[in-house]
Design a protein around this ligand. Structure first.
Ligand SMILES: Nc1ncnc2c1ncn2[C@@H]1O[C@H](COP(=O)(O)OP(=O)(O)O)[C@@H](O)[C@H]1O
Ligand SMILES: [Mg+2]
Length: 323
């Protein structure tokens, strides 16, 4: 339903160019800037939770923003229900903006401190001219209940909510336009572990009750495995492996996924036990981006990056040793 086709995204921080201008700038230029996403194809299927996992800096948020139309790819395209975002007219784009919603890590900074909960939730409805004032109020009260807040809280300001409640509020706001897709970028990472579980359970509920498609972005493999139907693991701006949750730990995973798995099992912290550093996006290594840290690498991995190949039903791996 929401598909990225061979998308690529670069930033030029030294030039102070915003994401919108990079496409223009990068044409025919040698300076490739910071390559955050280096040619990725991925589909979020209707009604699934697609987990997007990888270390910080691997390009997850950039890919999420590309898929949600916040950034324009410098190469490749994004398809929503089979149609290229670039071909949308004003009305179609407006509909897309309604149907694809975001939720970010820090609920405090994504809410306006001077807006009550009611005002925050009404904003989207007013912009899209949905319902009368009374209908909006009723809808907002229902939304608050749906995310586990009480309708009486609608006159409160963000600082009068706890962190977990603020994230629920952000979720209610994202749901106010009845989206088909929710792109949740580290939605629970800023919260305590016990509160994290509540937010995750809420997302699982919504998936079932609303048939919502969720792109769940997180650096936490263990957490994503609890709830995602399929997982895509990114490294250095590329996808290393895509697999259904049912295969998790059951197959010979990509060496990077294996390392993530091992570190999730052996340590209580998020720290990886991998040696070395993730690749520098300004100067990515030739070949497979993971080869400098890979315990299994062979000469070929240094020369060219392996393509993402289908190894079995619904599993794809980018590794010469696995395909
Ligand atoms: N707006 C931006 N301007 C410049 N560089 C960026 C910007 N957004 C992301 N990057 C760079 O792109 C790479 C991928 O970032 P990001 O997509 O945020 O990764 P992740 O979400 O996996 O941590 C990083 O090297 C990051 O510094
Ligand atoms: Mg991120």
């Amino acid at each position: 339903m929401l598909t990225a086709q061979d998308v690529r995204m670069a930033f030029y921080p030294s030039l102070g160019l915003g994401a919108e201008l990079t496409k223009f700038w990068s044409k025919g230029k040698k300076d490739s800037g910071v390559l955050a996403v280096r040619g990725v194809s991925l589909t979020a299927r209707a009604g699934e939770i697609l987990g997007l996992v990888g270390e910080s800096g691997s390009g997850k948020s950039t890919l999420g923003r590309l898929m949600g139309g916040i950034y324009k790819p410098i190469q490749g395209r994004i398809l929503f229900q089979g149609r290229d975002l670039n071909s949308f007219d004003f009305k179609e784009r407006r509909n897309f903006n309604k149907k694809v919603q975001f939720m970010f890590q820090d609920p405090a900074s994504s809410l306006n401190p001077r807006q009550t909960a009611m005002e925050a939730l009404a904003e989207g409805l007013i912009i899209h001219r949905l319902g009368s004032r009374t209908e909006r109020h009723l809808k907002i009260e229902r939304l608050l209940e749906e995310v586990g807040l009480s309708p009486q809280m609608s006159s409160r300001y963000p600082h009068q909510f706890s962190g977990g409640q603020r994230q629920r509020l952000c979720l209610a706001r994202a749901l106010s336009l009845d989206p088909m897709v929710l792109i949740a970028d580290e939605p629970a990472s800023a919260l305590d572990v016990s509160i994290q579980a509540q937010i995750i359970n809420l997302l699982l509920d919504l998936k079932v009750k609303r048939g919502l498609t969720v792109v769940l972005i997180s650096h936490d493999l263990a957490l994503v495995c609890l709830m995602a139907d399929r997982l895509a693991v990114m490294y250095g701006g590329l996808i290393m492996e895509i697999f259904p949750r049912s295969l998790f730990g059951q197959v010979e995973h990509h060496p990077y996924v294996k390392a993530l798995l091992a570190s999730a099992e052996t340590s209580l912290t998020d720290d990886l036990i991998l040696e070395g550093e993730p690749p520098d996006p300004q100067n990515p290594p030739l070949g497979c981006p993971f080869h400098p840290r890979c315990p299994e690498f062979i000469e070929r991995c240094r020369q060219s990056a392996p393509a993402l190949c289908q190894t079995q039903n619904s599993r794809w791996v980018a590794c010469y040793l696995r395909s």
